[in-house]
Write a protein that binds this ligand. Structure first.
Ligand SMILES: NC(=O)c1ccc[n+]([C@@H]2O[C@H](COP(=O)([O-])OP(=O)(O)OC[C@H]3O[C@@H](n4cnc5c(N)ncnc54)[C@H](OP(=O)(O)O)[C@@H]3O)[C@@H](O)[C@H]2O)c1
Length: 191
């Protein structure tokens, strides 16, 4: 089991993931700009929790440190005015995979508001978290992280399905912040 987790980005999402994973017994380091290569070299699994516009800078700092490692992409591919930046023929996660071809990118956590990312629950009800990636072992390891935090972790298949997860993350923001439901909402797959 991967125990050493580097979280790139120490904001709402990075902080919530750090809290949930530390509680679950993982060794976690958060990395700011300038600390990314070192933290990525140390870690088994790298979680990206930065604004979409910062991805290119993060990729440049990661360099070869992610080769053969799992990268969890928790970003939503949004423009600064909160519109979907990438349409349905690719996704932010697939572009990240192209930029870091030796890594195993897994899209996950982006469909959950940060407020619920440390325990996987809204008002005591368990949420679903999804993981999409082309490497089955990397995907399984991210599902394990989700379960350890407290989510119902759902295998979302190949990385191509990040297109749906990024649209779902966008819809979550629409429901919460545009349509007036607030952030105490989340998705649960009944199965
Ligand atoms: N908030 C949510 O509910 C939520 C839910 C799901 C997914 N997401 C996605 O998760 C990502 C992070 O969201 P957030 O709400 O956590 O944002 P946030 O609170 O603004 O935090 C972003 C973090 O990224 C850091 N950062 C920016 N550029 C960087 C760089 N080049 N290298 C390293 N770190 C850098 C920022 O550092 P500085 O403060 O020093 O700039 C900050 O710590 C976004 O892609 C968002 O769409 C958010």
């Amino acid at each position: 089991m991967s125990k050493k987790i580097a979280i790139i980005g120490a904001g709402n999402v990075g902080g919530a993931l750090e809290k949930g994973l530390t509680r679950a017994g993982y060794e976690v380091r958060t990395a700011k700009q300038g600390q990314i290569a070192e933290a990525s070299t140390w870690a088994d699994t790298i979680m990206v929790a930065v604004p979409f516009g910062a991805i290119a800078a993060v990729v440049a700092e990661i360099g070869n440190a992610a080769n053969a490692k799992t990268i969890v992409d928790a970003t939503n591919a949004l423009t600064p005015d909160m519109q979907l930046a990438i349409g349905f023929t690719t996704s932010g996660a697939e572009e990240l995979q192209k930029a870091l071809p030796q890594a195993n990118v897994v899209k996950s956590f982006n469909t959950v508001f940060a407020q619920h990312m440390s325990d996987g629950k809204v008002s005591g009800q368990q949420l679903s978290v999804f993981a999409a990636g082309d490497n089955a072992a990397a995907r399984a390891s991210v599902l394990e992280l989700g379960r350890a935090i407290g989510f119902d972790a759902i295998d979302a298949g190949p990385l191509k399905n990040a297109r749906q997860l990024e649209a779902l993350g966008f819809f979550n923001i629409q429901l919460g912040y545009v349509l007036g439901n607030g952030p105490d909402i989340g998705f649960k797959l009944i199965h």
